[in-house]
Design a protein around this ligand. Structure first.
Ligand SMILES: Cc1c(C=O)c(-c2nnc3c4c(C[n+]5cc6c(C)n(C)c(C)c6c(Cl)n5)n(C)c(C)c4cnn23)c(C)n1C
Length: 329
């Protein structure tokens, strides 16, 4: 069995990607953000304060004949941008791309932070990280993919995120036609709950890859490519107008700049992110100053290959073989 779901950028900056998910009987369809950097499936619900839920699609377990309360279970989660949410837990049928998991833990939000209240485009997240990262207590729950894996044709999924166009999450199969290049595989380290891996080197503007390895995570839930200062500096030294903008908390430059590409080696392949993918967006509507898609990871503690990097590739999250595959698109 397999599943295939379309995913769409939420806004003109590709800030997040939205995928429709069906929960319950009859189906309640919610727009959710698939996040390989976390391991909880949580939603705005009938239990979310009305003032916080205004403008959001919500899940009502009381309207689903297959919903069951997981009594005594609670959850609480905090994300890299300091956003957070918490609540209690139900189980229900969850269908993604035509594939159903009958008894999926659906974490219902009784509290959501401001960022989530304001982001009315999504009604929650689907964690696609490793089960060890799940935040339900007293008994951690499995992710949708972990529950699905044993019934899928192959225990893997692929992410094909695209700039300002529809992409896909495919479960149980690899559509190699989505990529131009060969898939290069490298071991994935799931010990922290993330899809950790090591890139073997990098280069700016199509130069030969160096051998400076970069250890980080493949994270569909993070917008940017977040790398160490020395790499960020090496890149922006090639961008005449680049400067650090305190108010934007990142490097900005003239939108008219012709940005160099950025390449990294992984699994014997070279993934090249074109310059235009590295120009994320004007800092304000109509501004001629743009915000960089490559920013510093120095105050985070880990390097994050977020959507800016993932958009350049077809990425295979292979749980069965504990490996990540990358192919140039
Ligand atoms: C260590 C870390 C991160 C790790 O993940 C991270 C980050 N980067 N994008 C996101 C996140 C997103 C994606 N996201 C990013 C957005 C940005 C940058 N802007 C301006 C808007 C309007 C966004 C929306 Cl709606 N959505 N979402 C939905 C959540 C819950 C995120 C949590 N963290 N996050 C940051 C900023 N940092 C420092």
């Amino acid at each position: 069995q397999t599943g295939s779901a379309n995913t769409n950028p939420s806004d003109s900056a590709d800030d997040e990607y939205i995928t429709s998910v069906s929960i319950g009987t009859p189906a309640q369809v919610l727009p959710l953000d698939f996040d390989t950097g976390s391991s909880d499936l949580w939603v705005f619900s009938s239990e979310t304060p009305k003032s916080s839920a205004s403008g959001h699609v919500t899940y009502s377990p009381s309207k689903s004949s297959t919903a069951k309360k997981l009594s005594g279970s609670t959850w609480s989660i905090k994300y890299g941008d300091k956003s957070s949410s918490s609540g209690d837990v139900y189980t229900d049928v969850v269908t993604i791309g035509g594939f159903s998991v009958k008894t999926q833990a659906v974490e219902s939000a009784t509290k959501v932070s401001t960022q989530f209240v304001q982001d009315t485009l999504i009604s929650g997240l689907v964690g696609l990280g490793f089960d060890i990262g799940n935040q339900v207590s007293p008994r951690p729950q499995k992710t949708w993919f972990s529950n699905a894996a044993s019934s899928l044709a192959e225990p893997l999924f692929t992410a094909d995120l695209r700039h300002q166009e529809t992409g896909s999450y495919n479960f149980g199969f690899i559509d190699t036609s989505l990529a131009k290049g060969t898939i290069g595989y490298t071991p994935a380290d799931g010990s922290e709950g993330y899809w950790g891996f090591t890139a073997t080197g990098y280069s700016v503007g199509g130069a030969k890859l160096n051998r400076n390895s970069i250890t980080g995570i493949a994270d569909t839930g993070t917008t940017l490519l977040l790398l160490p200062d020395n790499i960020v500096d090496a890149y922006y030294n090639n961008v005449e107008s680049a400067e650090y903008d305190d108010s934007q908390e990142g490097v900005v430059f003239d939108c008219s700049e012709d940005l160099p590409s950025f390449s990294f080696g992984v699994g014997g392949q070279t993934i090249t992110i074109s310059g235009d993918l590295l120009n994320l967006t004007p800092i304000e509507e109509g501004s001629s100053t743009c915000f960089g898609g490559l920013q510093s990871s120095s105050d985070i503690g880990t390097n994050i290959f977020g959507d800016v990097a993932l958009k350049a590739a077809l990425v295979v999250f292979d749980l069965g073989n504990e490996r990540l595959g990358w192919a140039q698109k």
